[in-house]
Design a protein around this ligand. Structure first.
Ligand code: C2E
Ligand code: MG
Ligand code: MG
Ligand code: MG
Length: 283
């Protein structure tokens, strides 16, 4: 049973909390109303690159990843690792994912006025890839928001890409590319990496999962694996993003290896939208 930790008058969601069947059902039905109740929000995590690859002091902001947050009225902030799988199982990810894109595209258009070329990445789940009207939906949201499609990036996990029918995935990805958007392979290295299949897909970037980055400075095996991922990706003409970068040493090692973009607590945790403009002007 889920135990709720009360601090003052706020009841908090705790990591690792397990849910009974009934509690899960209650949370799921509440999730269906989260957008309408205004409980859903996006946080934005900075992504940086180097102006001069050989000089680690030339860091510049290149974009943000939009990350969904559920601020449940009674439970407080519930992490996406809990509610996204719920939304995927129930099919709610389709309307929720549409809300995420609308919100992120709208924000991106406003920020792109301040910083030309600023990218915004949105996570897209496998369920959405299989959605019949996805392409029309994206088209509509681009028109509605006036965001520059070239600066919008859709992240799809490697396992979601490879688990689906190859021909269908290829078709959807090419349609997304035709609209001008960027495509990233998220959580790269976590699934059954199949370079042969990935090489045939029109993807622009791969995102090396945090689990490979964490021990890159202590483990020569991890270092070798990341180096191989970077080399192959670059050979295939893809940019490389490293996630979960927390130390300056990791940052320097990754950029020396040829990583183009770095994302991690070292340069900032995900921020509320209201806190982003300060970063845009303080560059
Ligand atoms: P992800 O897309 O791989 O996002 C990166 C996760 O790593 C984020 O967790 C981010 O806060 C965390 N992270 C980034 N840098 C660091 C670091 O230096 N240290 C540590 N410890 N963590 C770091 P978050 O926000 O909890 O999101 C978890 C996952 O939930 C995401 O992983 C993504 O798979 C999913 N997710 C979040 N928002 C959405 C959404 O709108 N749609 C879909 N389909 N999935 C989403
Ligand atoms: Mg992601
Ligand atoms: Mg990831
Ligand atoms: Mg993930």
């Amino acid at each position: 049973r889920a135990k709720k930790a009360s601090r003052g008058n706020v009841t908090l969601w705790r990591d690792g909390m397990t849910l009974s069947g009934i509690e899960r059902l209650a949370l799921e039905s509440r999730l269906a109303q989260a957008v309408d109740r205004g409980e859903m929000l996006l946080h934005y995590q900075p992504q940086v690159g180097l102006e001069d690859r050989s000089d680690p002091t030339t860091v510049k902001l290149v974009g943000f990843e939009a990350l969904a947050r559920w601020n449940h009225q009674q439970l407080g902030l519930i992490p996406p690792d809990t509610f996204i799988p719920m939304a995927e199982d129930s099919g709610l990810i389709v309307p929720l994912g549409q809300w995420v894109m609308r919100e992120a595209f709208g924000q991106a258009a406003r920020w792109q006025h301040v910083v030309a070329g600023l990218g915004v990445s949105v996570n897209l789940s496998g369920r959405q890839l299989g959605q019949k009207n996805l392409i029309d939906q994206i088209k509509e949201l681009l028109v509605e928001s006036n965001a520059n499609p070239e600066q919008m990036d859709l992240e799809i996990t490697e396992s979601d890409l490879l688990q689906q029918d190859e021909a269908k995935v290829k078709d959807v990805l090419y349609k997304i590319k035709d609209m001008g958007l960027q495509l990233s392979v998220d959580d790269f290295g976590m699934g059954y990496t199949n370079f042969g299949r990935l090489a045939k897909l029109p993807v622009d970037r791969i995102k090396i999962d945090k689990s490979f980055v964490t021990h890159i400075c202590e483990s020569t095996a991890d270092e070798a694996v990341v180096r191989a991922m970077v080399d192959i990706s670059r050979t295939l003409g893809m940019k490389v993003v490293a996630e979960g970068v927390e130390t300056q040493a990791q940052f320097e090692k990754l950029t020396q290896m040829g990583c183009d973009i770095i994302q991690g607590y070292l340069f900032g945790k995900p921020l509320a939208a209201a806190d982003v403009p300060r970063l845009l002007t303080a560059r």
